[in-house]
Design a protein around this ligand. Sequence first.
Ligand SMILES: *Cc1c(COP(=O)(O)O)cnc(C)c1O
Length: 437
Amino acid sequence: MERSEETINAMLRTSYTESGISEPVFRLGEEVLSTLKERFDRIDRIAEINQLKVLSAMRKNRVSEGHFQATTGYGYNDLGRDTLESVYADTFHTEDALVRMQITCGTHALNLALSANLRPGDHLLSPVGSPYDTLEEVIGIRESEGSLAEYGVTYSQVELTPEGAFDYDAIRAAIRPETKMATIQRSCGYSSRKTFSPAEIGELIAFLKSVKPDIICMVDNCYGEFTDTVEPSDFGADMIVGSLIKNPGGGLAPAGGYICGTHACVERVAKRLTSPGLGREVGANLGINPAFYQGFFLAPTVTASAEKGAIFAAAMYEKLGFRVHPAAAADRFDIIQSVELGSAEALKAFCLGIQAAAPVDSYLTPEPWDMPGYDDPVIMAAGAFVSGSSIELSADGPLRPPYAVFFQGGITWQHAKFGILMSVQKLVDAGAAVVVR
Ligand SMILES: *Cc1c(COP(=O)(O)O)cnc(C)c1O
């Protein structure tokens, strides 16, 4: 029997109250949600375009059941692995791709892309200010064993203008004859700058190449994939790099990373990942292919869910009077949302809420810890099926003022919504936010 809309709404409210969300918090959520319909529609249309993009690549490459076979040992003639790489390359419109479980994380993928394409004496430039925290040790900005600096690669960065734009004059001045590569981070990461759109990154790349045509432009694409209808590789990036436990893994990939780009760049990366002489020919898939394929197939809609969660969080916390970044109404080119919570207590309460809403480890209380590669203690909430996965609903933040939490993920929009409501609930319970409805 069909139930009226009223009955469904009443059941929804009851489901939330039975799950620990008070009536006022639930009502605030519904009120905020009613303002976001158009945004969510647009996100769904972008997901549709990206779904077709992925499907076209899978159909063109005639993906079949045979591609899901496990290989072991050296992994020679791994047709499933090689075809997946063609699917990635066709989706992101690049000549070539390397997509491997042997790439352990995003930092590893970035380290490979850099170290494979730089040689002693070369100069690496970041024209977008500081890179992601973990790259500081890769590059040698913070002294670290095995860094690029130890191998004689020099580095400099050009800060963004106070308005957050590219400082073209300073960038031109920073490019030297030995400037071999530029590293361009798309997402804001743990900083308060804005995330760049693929088109903006395209302008920067065009400028860099107008000054020095042979400069290799690598884009750290982490968290950006599928948030737009285009990627930086559509705008001249020589390599785009990311992690499979973020957007492109669709929540199913249990590990891995990718580098998509020009044939020459990707070949060098393959030789660095395995060995000169072996390159891409080795690397058994150990049975991971179904998760990689199906995850990539799901990635456009999973990314859309996460993006809806980010926008909902921004709108909720704006309404509660917190500073959020980006603003709820801003255009988005990644899935990260930060909220300045103002105190360690509020940061812990937020993370407790995300944790309490999780499908896994919901009964745990997140505590700050000294995470390898990061400067300050970090608190993390993650009740994920894949350990450390941040396409799954997760939150983290360094314990330093302004106590900003970085919130991302949500394999389903419904879970993201519940997590955000729970975070608000825990703030209310801790006396760090007031909701009267
Ligand atoms: C996550 C991330 C990285 C590093 O990836 P890990 O998988 O955590 O090593 C690098 N850059 C950006 C922008 C990221 O978001």
